[in-house]
Design a protein around this ligand. Structure first.
Ligand SMILES: Nc1nc2c(ncn2[C@@H]2O[C@H](COP(=O)(O)OP(=O)(O)OP(=O)(O)O)[C@@H](O)[C@H]2O)c(=O)[nH]1
Length: 451
Protein backbone atom coordinates (compact mmCIF):
# COMPACT_ATOMS: atom_id res chain seq x y z
CA UNK A 1 0.00 0.00 0.00
CA UNK A 2 2.88 2.31 0.76
CA UNK A 3 4.23 1.82 -2.75
CA UNK A 4 0.81 2.54 -4.16
CA UNK A 5 0.58 5.76 -2.19
CA UNK A 6 4.02 6.85 -3.35
CA UNK A 7 3.20 6.05 -6.97
CA UNK A 8 -0.08 7.94 -6.66
CA UNK A 9 1.82 10.91 -5.33
CA UNK A 10 4.28 10.75 -8.23
CA UNK A 11 1.43 10.57 -10.68
CA UNK A 12 -0.29 13.56 -9.14
CA UNK A 13 2.87 15.62 -9.26
CA UNK A 14 4.18 14.32 -12.58
CA UNK A 15 1.08 14.18 -14.66
CA UNK A 16 0.48 17.97 -14.47
CA UNK A 17 -2.83 18.09 -16.13
CA UNK A 18 -2.37 15.01 -18.25
CA UNK A 19 -4.25 12.79 -15.85
CA UNK A 20 -5.62 10.56 -18.55
CA UNK A 21 -7.55 7.48 -17.52
CA UNK A 22 -4.85 5.45 -19.20
CA UNK A 23 -2.26 7.11 -16.96
CA UNK A 24 -4.23 6.13 -13.94
CA UNK A 25 -4.73 2.69 -15.45
CA UNK A 26 -0.95 2.27 -15.71
CA UNK A 27 -0.55 3.31 -12.14
CA UNK A 28 -3.09 0.75 -10.99
CA UNK A 29 -1.65 -1.92 -13.21
CA UNK A 30 1.74 -1.58 -11.57
CA UNK A 31 0.72 -0.99 -7.98
CA UNK A 32 -2.76 -2.37 -7.34
CA UNK A 33 -2.56 -5.10 -4.64
CA UNK A 34 -4.60 -7.58 -6.68
CA UNK A 35 -5.13 -8.69 -10.28
CA UNK A 36 -5.45 -5.98 -12.96
CA UNK A 37 -6.37 -6.56 -16.60
CA UNK A 38 -6.77 -4.19 -19.51
CA UNK A 39 -9.39 -5.43 -21.96
CA UNK A 40 -10.18 -4.21 -25.41
CA UNK A 41 -13.63 -3.29 -26.65
CA UNK A 42 -14.41 -6.98 -27.23
CA UNK A 43 -13.46 -8.03 -23.72
CA UNK A 44 -10.18 -9.62 -24.83
CA UNK A 45 -7.30 -9.41 -22.36
CA UNK A 46 -4.57 -7.16 -23.73
CA UNK A 47 -2.47 -6.57 -20.68
CA UNK A 48 -2.20 -7.87 -17.10
CA UNK A 49 -0.28 -6.57 -14.12
CA UNK A 50 2.86 -8.20 -12.71
CA UNK A 51 1.03 -9.72 -9.75
CA UNK A 52 -1.70 -11.15 -11.93
CA UNK A 53 -0.79 -14.82 -11.63
CA UNK A 54 -0.51 -14.63 -7.87
CA UNK A 55 -3.87 -12.91 -7.50
CA UNK A 56 -5.91 -14.55 -10.28
CA UNK A 57 -4.39 -18.04 -10.35
CA UNK A 58 -3.67 -17.91 -14.10
CA UNK A 59 -0.32 -17.42 -15.88
CA UNK A 60 -0.52 -14.24 -17.99
CA UNK A 61 0.31 -16.13 -21.20
CA UNK A 62 -2.74 -18.35 -20.64
CA UNK A 63 -5.01 -15.36 -20.71
CA UNK A 64 -3.45 -12.71 -22.95
CA UNK A 65 -5.36 -12.63 -26.22
CA UNK A 66 -8.21 -14.61 -24.64
CA UNK A 67 -11.58 -13.37 -23.50
CA UNK A 68 -11.56 -12.35 -19.84
CA UNK A 69 -14.81 -14.21 -19.24
CA UNK A 70 -12.74 -17.41 -19.25
CA UNK A 71 -12.11 -16.58 -15.63
CA UNK A 72 -15.83 -16.87 -14.89
CA UNK A 73 -17.13 -20.21 -13.59
CA UNK A 74 -19.68 -19.97 -16.40
CA UNK A 75 -17.93 -18.13 -19.27
CA UNK A 76 -21.07 -18.10 -21.42
CA UNK A 77 -23.79 -17.01 -19.02
CA UNK A 78 -21.87 -15.98 -15.91
CA UNK A 79 -22.06 -12.71 -14.11
CA UNK A 80 -18.65 -11.58 -15.41
CA UNK A 81 -19.94 -11.78 -18.98
CA UNK A 82 -23.00 -9.74 -18.05
CA UNK A 83 -20.93 -7.16 -16.18
CA UNK A 84 -18.55 -6.70 -19.14
CA UNK A 85 -21.46 -6.35 -21.55
CA UNK A 86 -23.00 -3.76 -19.24
CA UNK A 87 -19.79 -1.68 -19.09
CA UNK A 88 -19.21 -1.87 -22.83
CA UNK A 89 -22.73 -0.82 -23.71
CA UNK A 90 -23.26 1.84 -21.05
CA UNK A 91 -19.65 2.98 -20.52
CA UNK A 92 -20.47 2.95 -16.84
CA UNK A 93 -18.30 1.26 -14.22
CA UNK A 94 -19.44 -1.95 -12.50
CA UNK A 95 -18.63 -3.27 -9.10
CA UNK A 96 -19.43 -6.55 -7.39
CA UNK A 97 -18.15 -9.93 -6.25
CA UNK A 98 -17.60 -12.60 -8.93
CA UNK A 99 -17.03 -16.30 -8.45
CA UNK A 100 -13.96 -17.07 -10.60
CA UNK A 101 -12.03 -20.23 -11.42
CA UNK A 102 -8.26 -20.54 -11.04
CA UNK A 103 -6.25 -22.46 -13.64
CA UNK A 104 -6.10 -25.42 -11.23
CA UNK A 105 -9.91 -25.51 -11.15
CA UNK A 106 -10.34 -24.16 -7.61
CA UNK A 107 -12.81 -21.36 -7.05
CA UNK A 108 -12.27 -17.93 -5.59
CA UNK A 109 -14.45 -14.94 -4.82
CA UNK A 110 -13.05 -11.86 -6.53
CA UNK A 111 -14.17 -8.40 -5.47
CA UNK A 112 -14.22 -6.78 -8.88
CA UNK A 113 -14.27 -3.25 -10.27
CA UNK A 114 -14.61 -2.74 -14.03
CA UNK A 115 -13.75 0.76 -15.16
CA UNK A 116 -14.31 1.86 -18.79
CA UNK A 117 -11.32 3.82 -20.14
CA UNK A 118 -11.71 6.55 -22.75
CA UNK A 119 -8.32 6.98 -24.43
CA UNK A 120 -9.28 9.97 -26.48
CA UNK A 121 -11.41 10.98 -29.44
CA UNK A 122 -11.81 8.20 -31.94
CA UNK A 123 -10.04 5.63 -29.80
CA UNK A 124 -11.99 2.48 -29.01
CA UNK A 125 -13.25 1.84 -25.53
CA UNK A 126 -11.10 -0.20 -23.19
CA UNK A 127 -11.87 -1.69 -19.83
CA UNK A 128 -9.69 -1.76 -16.75
CA UNK A 129 -10.59 -4.74 -14.53
CA UNK A 130 -9.34 -4.81 -10.95
CA UNK A 131 -9.89 -7.87 -8.78
CA UNK A 132 -9.08 -8.75 -5.20
CA UNK A 133 -9.45 -12.20 -3.74
CA UNK A 134 -12.00 -11.99 -0.93
CA UNK A 135 -12.54 -15.77 -0.53
CA UNK A 136 -11.05 -15.74 2.97
CA UNK A 137 -13.16 -12.78 4.00
CA UNK A 138 -16.32 -14.41 2.66
CA UNK A 139 -15.52 -17.62 4.51
CA UNK A 140 -15.00 -15.67 7.70
CA UNK A 141 -18.25 -13.82 6.97
CA UNK A 142 -20.01 -17.16 6.49
CA UNK A 143 -18.57 -18.45 9.74
CA UNK A 144 -19.73 -15.27 11.47
CA UNK A 145 -23.20 -15.68 9.99
CA UNK A 146 -23.34 -19.34 11.07
CA UNK A 147 -22.25 -18.33 14.56
CA UNK A 148 -24.87 -15.60 14.56
CA UNK A 149 -27.63 -17.93 13.45
CA UNK A 150 -26.58 -20.47 16.11
CA UNK A 151 -26.62 -17.64 18.65
CA UNK A 152 -30.07 -16.54 17.44
CA UNK A 153 -31.25 -20.14 17.80
CA UNK A 154 -30.05 -20.10 21.39
CA UNK A 155 -31.56 -16.67 22.05
CA UNK A 156 -34.90 -17.82 20.68
CA UNK A 157 -34.94 -20.55 23.33
CA UNK A 158 -34.16 -18.15 26.19
CA UNK A 159 -37.37 -17.72 28.20
CA UNK A 160 -38.62 -14.18 27.82
CA UNK A 161 -37.80 -11.52 25.26
CA UNK A 162 -34.27 -10.24 24.79
CA UNK A 163 -34.36 -6.74 23.41
CA UNK A 164 -32.41 -3.65 22.45
CA UNK A 165 -34.47 -0.49 22.81
CA UNK A 166 -33.42 2.94 21.61
CA UNK A 167 -34.74 6.28 22.81
CA UNK A 168 -33.86 9.30 20.69
CA UNK A 169 -33.62 12.96 21.65
CA UNK A 170 -37.39 13.40 21.13
CA UNK A 171 -38.02 10.48 23.53
CA UNK A 172 -39.21 8.31 20.65
CA UNK A 173 -38.76 4.61 21.36
CA UNK A 174 -37.68 2.01 18.82
CA UNK A 175 -36.84 -1.66 19.29
CA UNK A 176 -33.64 -2.40 17.39
CA UNK A 177 -33.76 -6.06 18.33
CA UNK A 178 -36.27 -8.48 19.84
CA UNK A 179 -35.78 -12.21 20.26
CA UNK A 180 -38.33 -14.75 19.09
CA UNK A 181 -39.72 -14.94 22.63
CA UNK A 182 -41.97 -11.97 21.80
CA UNK A 183 -44.11 -14.41 19.80
CA UNK A 184 -45.46 -15.72 23.13
CA UNK A 185 -47.45 -12.46 23.32
CA UNK A 186 -50.60 -12.71 21.18
CA UNK A 187 -50.23 -11.29 17.67
CA UNK A 188 -46.66 -10.03 18.11
CA UNK A 189 -43.49 -11.00 16.25
CA UNK A 190 -39.98 -9.49 16.38
CA UNK A 191 -40.42 -7.93 12.93
CA UNK A 192 -43.80 -6.36 13.74
CA UNK A 193 -42.52 -4.75 16.95
CA UNK A 194 -39.21 -3.66 15.42
CA UNK A 195 -41.21 -2.08 12.62
CA UNK A 196 -43.40 -0.18 15.08
CA UNK A 197 -42.70 -0.21 18.83
CA UNK A 198 -46.30 0.91 19.47
CA UNK A 199 -47.47 -2.58 18.56
CA UNK A 200 -46.09 -3.60 21.96
CA UNK A 201 -45.95 -0.33 23.90
CA UNK A 202 -49.44 0.65 22.73
CA UNK A 203 -50.73 -2.36 24.65
CA UNK A 204 -49.46 -1.05 28.00
CA UNK A 205 -52.52 -0.40 30.16
CA UNK A 206 -53.30 3.31 30.37
CA UNK A 207 -52.86 3.25 34.19
CA UNK A 208 -49.29 1.92 33.76
CA UNK A 209 -48.20 4.04 30.80
CA UNK A 210 -47.03 7.13 32.69
CA UNK A 211 -45.11 5.09 35.28
CA UNK A 212 -43.38 3.14 32.50
CA UNK A 213 -42.38 6.35 30.68
CA UNK A 214 -41.11 7.85 33.95
CA UNK A 215 -39.05 4.76 34.79
CA UNK A 216 -37.37 4.82 31.37
CA UNK A 217 -36.70 8.54 31.60
CA UNK A 218 -35.14 8.11 35.05
CA UNK A 219 -32.93 5.30 33.75
CA UNK A 220 -31.97 7.35 30.66
CA UNK A 221 -31.00 10.34 32.79
CA UNK A 222 -29.18 8.47 35.56
CA UNK A 223 -27.93 5.57 33.41
CA UNK A 224 -28.96 3.34 36.30
CA UNK A 225 -30.24 -0.14 35.37
CA UNK A 226 -33.91 -0.15 34.41
CA UNK A 227 -36.25 -2.44 36.34
CA UNK A 228 -39.98 -2.12 35.99
CA UNK A 229 -43.19 -4.15 36.10
CA UNK A 230 -46.13 -3.21 33.89
CA UNK A 231 -49.24 -4.69 32.30
CA UNK A 232 -50.20 -5.28 28.68
CA UNK A 233 -53.80 -5.71 27.62
CA UNK A 234 -54.75 -8.44 25.11
CA UNK A 235 -58.07 -9.83 23.95
CA UNK A 236 -57.53 -12.89 26.18
CA UNK A 237 -56.70 -10.83 29.26
CA UNK A 238 -53.95 -8.87 30.94
CA UNK A 239 -50.28 -9.97 30.94
CA UNK A 240 -47.78 -8.72 33.49
CA UNK A 241 -44.26 -8.11 32.19
CA UNK A 242 -41.12 -7.50 34.19
CA UNK A 243 -38.38 -5.62 32.34
CA UNK A 244 -34.73 -5.37 33.30
CA UNK A 245 -32.15 -3.62 31.15
CA UNK A 246 -28.79 -1.88 31.24
CA UNK A 247 -28.76 1.57 29.62
CA UNK A 248 -25.91 3.16 27.71
CA UNK A 249 -25.61 6.58 26.11
CA UNK A 250 -24.54 6.76 22.50
CA UNK A 251 -22.38 9.50 21.12
CA UNK A 252 -25.35 10.96 19.22
CA UNK A 253 -27.21 11.37 22.53
CA UNK A 254 -29.57 8.41 22.04
CA UNK A 255 -30.02 5.96 24.90
CA UNK A 256 -29.84 2.22 24.30
CA UNK A 257 -31.16 -0.43 26.67
CA UNK A 258 -30.13 -4.05 26.35
CA UNK A 259 -32.28 -6.27 28.45
CA UNK A 260 -34.92 -8.88 29.04
CA UNK A 261 -38.71 -8.84 29.31
CA UNK A 262 -40.24 -11.71 31.26
CA UNK A 263 -43.90 -12.66 31.47
CA UNK A 264 -44.66 -12.67 35.21
CA UNK A 265 -48.44 -13.03 34.90
CA UNK A 266 -48.46 -16.35 36.76
CA UNK A 267 -46.19 -15.02 39.52
CA UNK A 268 -48.45 -11.98 39.92
CA UNK A 269 -51.49 -14.23 40.12
CA UNK A 270 -49.86 -16.24 42.92
CA UNK A 271 -48.76 -13.03 44.66
CA UNK A 272 -52.29 -11.65 44.48
CA UNK A 273 -53.66 -14.94 45.79
CA UNK A 274 -51.21 -14.90 48.68
CA UNK A 275 -52.02 -11.24 49.29
CA UNK A 276 -55.71 -12.09 49.40
CA UNK A 277 -55.02 -15.02 51.73
CA UNK A 278 -52.87 -12.92 54.04
CA UNK A 279 -55.69 -10.42 54.32
CA UNK A 280 -58.44 -13.02 54.45
CA UNK A 281 -60.01 -15.05 57.22
CA UNK A 282 -59.47 -18.70 56.29
CA UNK A 283 -62.83 -19.99 57.56
CA UNK A 284 -65.20 -17.45 56.06
CA UNK A 285 -63.25 -15.71 53.28
CA UNK A 286 -64.09 -12.34 54.85
CA UNK A 287 -61.32 -9.75 55.31
CA UNK A 288 -59.39 -10.24 58.52
CA UNK A 289 -58.97 -7.54 61.13
CA UNK A 290 -55.65 -6.26 59.77
CA UNK A 291 -56.93 -6.03 56.18
CA UNK A 292 -60.10 -4.35 57.38
CA UNK A 293 -58.15 -1.59 59.11
CA UNK A 294 -55.83 -1.15 56.10
CA UNK A 295 -58.62 -0.95 53.57
CA UNK A 296 -60.97 0.85 55.94
CA UNK A 297 -58.45 3.64 56.39
CA UNK A 298 -58.15 4.03 52.62
CA UNK A 299 -61.95 4.25 52.34
CA UNK A 300 -62.01 6.74 55.19
CA UNK A 301 -59.30 8.91 53.60
CA UNK A 302 -61.26 9.11 50.36
CA UNK A 303 -64.53 9.84 52.19
CA UNK A 304 -62.77 12.56 54.19
CA UNK A 305 -61.55 14.22 50.99
CA UNK A 306 -65.08 14.15 49.63
CA UNK A 307 -66.65 15.18 52.94
CA UNK A 308 -68.71 11.97 53.03
CA UNK A 309 -70.02 10.03 56.03
CA UNK A 310 -69.53 6.27 55.94
CA UNK A 311 -71.97 3.83 57.61
CA UNK A 312 -70.18 1.15 59.66
CA UNK A 313 -71.97 -1.78 61.32
CA UNK A 314 -70.90 -4.41 63.84
CA UNK A 315 -72.60 -7.79 63.47
CA UNK A 316 -72.70 -10.59 66.03
CA UNK A 317 -74.44 -13.95 65.69
CA UNK A 318 -77.05 -14.49 68.35
CA UNK A 319 -76.66 -17.28 70.90
CA UNK A 320 -73.84 -18.71 68.97
CA UNK A 321 -72.43 -20.47 72.01
CA UNK A 322 -75.69 -22.36 72.30
CA UNK A 323 -75.54 -23.36 68.64
CA UNK A 324 -71.99 -24.61 69.13
CA UNK A 325 -72.87 -26.44 72.30
CA UNK A 326 -75.98 -28.05 70.82
CA UNK A 327 -74.79 -29.02 67.37
CA UNK A 328 -71.03 -29.07 67.75
CA UNK A 329 -68.19 -26.79 66.74
CA UNK A 330 -68.17 -28.08 63.14
CA UNK A 331 -71.81 -27.06 62.75
CA UNK A 332 -70.85 -23.67 64.23
CA UNK A 333 -68.15 -23.32 61.60
CA UNK A 334 -70.60 -24.11 58.82
CA UNK A 335 -73.00 -21.55 60.27
CA UNK A 336 -70.24 -18.93 60.19
CA UNK A 337 -69.46 -19.80 56.56
CA UNK A 338 -73.14 -19.65 55.53
CA UNK A 339 -73.50 -16.37 57.38
CA UNK A 340 -70.45 -14.84 55.63
CA UNK A 341 -71.66 -15.99 52.22
CA UNK A 342 -75.09 -14.50 52.82
CA UNK A 343 -73.61 -11.19 53.94
CA UNK A 344 -71.35 -10.98 50.85
CA UNK A 345 -74.38 -11.67 48.66
CA UNK A 346 -76.26 -8.77 50.28
CA UNK A 347 -73.37 -6.31 49.89
CA UNK A 348 -71.77 -4.68 46.87
CA UNK A 349 -68.29 -5.83 45.79
CA UNK A 350 -66.61 -2.67 47.05
CA UNK A 351 -68.26 -2.71 50.50
CA UNK A 352 -65.87 -4.00 53.16
CA UNK A 353 -66.91 -7.10 55.07
CA UNK A 354 -64.55 -8.40 57.74
CA UNK A 355 -64.41 -10.91 60.55
CA UNK A 356 -62.84 -9.11 63.47
CA UNK A 357 -63.51 -11.65 66.20
CA UNK A 358 -64.91 -15.17 66.74
CA UNK A 359 -68.50 -14.52 65.68
CA UNK A 360 -68.10 -10.78 65.33
CA UNK A 361 -68.11 -9.15 61.94
CA UNK A 362 -67.97 -5.62 60.64
CA UNK A 363 -69.40 -4.04 57.50
CA UNK A 364 -68.31 -0.74 55.99
CA UNK A 365 -70.78 0.51 53.41
CA UNK A 366 -68.77 2.49 50.90
CA UNK A 367 -70.62 5.28 49.08
CA UNK A 368 -73.90 4.77 50.97
CA UNK A 369 -75.99 7.34 52.79
CA UNK A 370 -76.99 6.36 56.38
CA UNK A 371 -80.66 5.77 55.42
CA UNK A 372 -79.59 3.52 52.53
CA UNK A 373 -77.32 1.66 54.92
CA UNK A 374 -80.24 0.82 57.13
CA UNK A 375 -82.16 -0.72 54.24
CA UNK A 376 -79.14 -2.75 53.16
CA UNK A 377 -78.52 -4.03 56.69
CA UNK A 378 -82.16 -4.86 57.20
CA UNK A 379 -82.15 -6.96 54.03
CA UNK A 380 -79.02 -8.63 55.35
CA UNK A 381 -80.61 -9.35 58.74
CA UNK A 382 -83.61 -10.96 57.07
CA UNK A 383 -81.44 -12.99 54.71
CA UNK A 384 -79.46 -14.36 57.67
CA UNK A 385 -82.64 -15.23 59.52
CA UNK A 386 -83.74 -17.18 56.44
CA UNK A 387 -80.65 -19.38 56.34
CA UNK A 388 -81.46 -23.03 56.78
CA UNK A 389 -78.51 -25.20 57.66
CA UNK A 390 -78.77 -28.95 57.38
CA UNK A 391 -76.95 -30.55 60.28
CA UNK A 392 -77.17 -34.32 60.31
CA UNK A 393 -80.67 -34.26 58.87
CA UNK A 394 -81.82 -31.48 61.13
CA UNK A 395 -82.48 -27.98 59.82
CA UNK A 396 -81.10 -25.24 62.02
CA UNK A 397 -81.31 -21.49 61.75
CA UNK A 398 -79.78 -18.52 63.53
CA UNK A 399 -80.04 -14.75 63.66
CA UNK A 400 -77.74 -11.78 63.84
CA UNK A 401 -77.76 -8.53 65.79
CA UNK A 402 -76.36 -5.37 64.26
CA UNK A 403 -75.10 -2.10 65.67
CA UNK A 404 -74.85 0.80 63.23
CA UNK A 405 -72.66 3.88 63.58
CA UNK A 406 -71.70 6.63 61.17
CA UNK A 407 -68.07 7.42 60.50
CA UNK A 408 -67.88 11.21 60.36
CA UNK A 409 -65.15 12.71 58.14
CA UNK A 410 -62.92 13.71 61.04
CA UNK A 411 -63.53 10.70 63.33
CA UNK A 412 -61.23 7.69 63.68
CA UNK A 413 -62.02 4.15 62.64
CA UNK A 414 -61.50 2.92 66.21
CA UNK A 415 -63.96 5.49 67.52
CA UNK A 416 -66.70 4.52 65.06
CA UNK A 417 -66.18 0.84 65.85
CA UNK A 418 -66.64 1.63 69.54
CA UNK A 419 -69.90 3.42 68.73
CA UNK A 420 -71.08 0.54 66.56
CA UNK A 421 -70.20 -1.86 69.38
CA UNK A 422 -72.32 0.16 71.80
CA UNK A 423 -75.23 0.03 69.34
CA UNK A 424 -74.73 -3.72 68.98
CA UNK A 425 -74.80 -4.11 72.74
CA UNK A 426 -78.16 -2.35 72.78
CA UNK A 427 -79.45 -4.58 69.97
CA UNK A 428 -78.51 -7.62 72.04
CA UNK A 429 -80.00 -6.07 75.14
CA UNK A 430 -83.24 -5.22 73.39
CA UNK A 431 -83.84 -8.81 72.30
CA UNK A 432 -81.32 -9.61 69.50
CA UNK A 433 -82.08 -10.15 65.79
CA UNK A 434 -82.34 -6.43 65.27
CA UNK A 435 -80.43 -3.32 64.22
CA UNK A 436 -79.69 -0.50 66.63
CA UNK A 437 -78.43 2.87 65.62
CA UNK A 438 -75.87 5.14 67.22
CA UNK A 439 -78.32 7.10 69.39
CA UNK A 440 -79.09 5.60 72.77
CA UNK A 441 -82.46 3.89 72.76
CA UNK A 442 -83.06 4.46 69.07
CA UNK A 443 -83.84 1.11 67.58
CA UNK A 444 -83.61 1.64 63.84
CA UNK A 445 -85.29 -1.56 62.92
CA UNK A 446 -86.19 -4.68 64.69
CA UNK A 447 -87.06 -8.22 64.02
CA UNK A 448 -88.20 -11.11 66.11
CA UNK A 449 -85.45 -13.43 66.95
CA UNK A 450 -85.09 -16.19 69.46
CA UNK A 451 -84.62 -14.61 72.84
N1 LIG B 1 -67.75 -22.91 65.69
C1 LIG B 1 -67.08 -21.80 66.01
N2 LIG B 1 -67.37 -21.12 67.09
C2 LIG B 1 -66.70 -20.01 67.40
C3 LIG B 1 -65.69 -19.53 66.56
N3 LIG B 1 -65.20 -18.38 67.11
C4 LIG B 1 -65.89 -18.14 68.23
N4 LIG B 1 -66.80 -19.13 68.41
C5 LIG B 1 -67.75 -19.30 69.47
O1 LIG B 1 -68.71 -18.29 69.47
C6 LIG B 1 -69.27 -18.25 70.72
C7 LIG B 1 -69.53 -16.86 71.18
O2 LIG B 1 -70.28 -16.90 72.34
P1 LIG B 1 -70.68 -15.65 73.15
O3 LIG B 1 -69.66 -14.57 73.03
O4 LIG B 1 -70.99 -16.08 74.58
O5 LIG B 1 -71.98 -15.12 72.52
P2 LIG B 1 -73.27 -15.82 72.00
O6 LIG B 1 -73.42 -17.17 72.51
O7 LIG B 1 -73.29 -15.68 70.53
O8 LIG B 1 -74.37 -14.92 72.63
P3 LIG B 1 -74.81 -13.50 72.20
O9 LIG B 1 -73.70 -12.89 71.39
O10 LIG B 1 -75.01 -12.79 73.49
O11 LIG B 1 -76.03 -13.67 71.42
C8 LIG B 1 -68.28 -18.97 71.66
O12 LIG B 1 -68.86 -20.20 72.09
C9 LIG B 1 -67.10 -19.21 70.83
O13 LIG B 1 -66.46 -20.45 71.15
C10 LIG B 1 -65.36 -20.27 65.40
O14 LIG B 1 -64.48 -19.96 64.62
N5 LIG B 1 -66.10 -21.42 65.16
Amino acid sequence: MKRLREAWQQWRVGAQGSRSPAGLGLLLRDHYPGAVMRLDHEGVVREVNPGFERHAGHAPEQLLGQRAVLLDIDPLHGEFARALAHCLSTRQPWQGVLLCRRADGSLMHQSTVIQPLEEGPGASLQLLVMQRDVTGMRERGLQDRMLLSRLEGTLSRVPGVLFRLRQDAEARLEFLYLSEGVKALPGLTPDLVMDDAERLLGRVLSEDRQRLATSLTQSAVSLEPWHHEFRLGFADGVRWLEGRAIPQRRRDGDTLWDGLLIDITERKRVEQRVQRLVGTDMLTGALNRRAFFEQGEAVQARARRQGQRVPVAMLDLDHFKRLNDTFGHAAGDRALQAFAMTCRDCLRPYDLFARIGGEEFVVMLVDSEPHEALAILERLRLAVAAIELDVEGQTIGFTVSLGLAILEPEASLDAVLALADQALYRAKHEGRNRICGPVEGASLASGTGPA
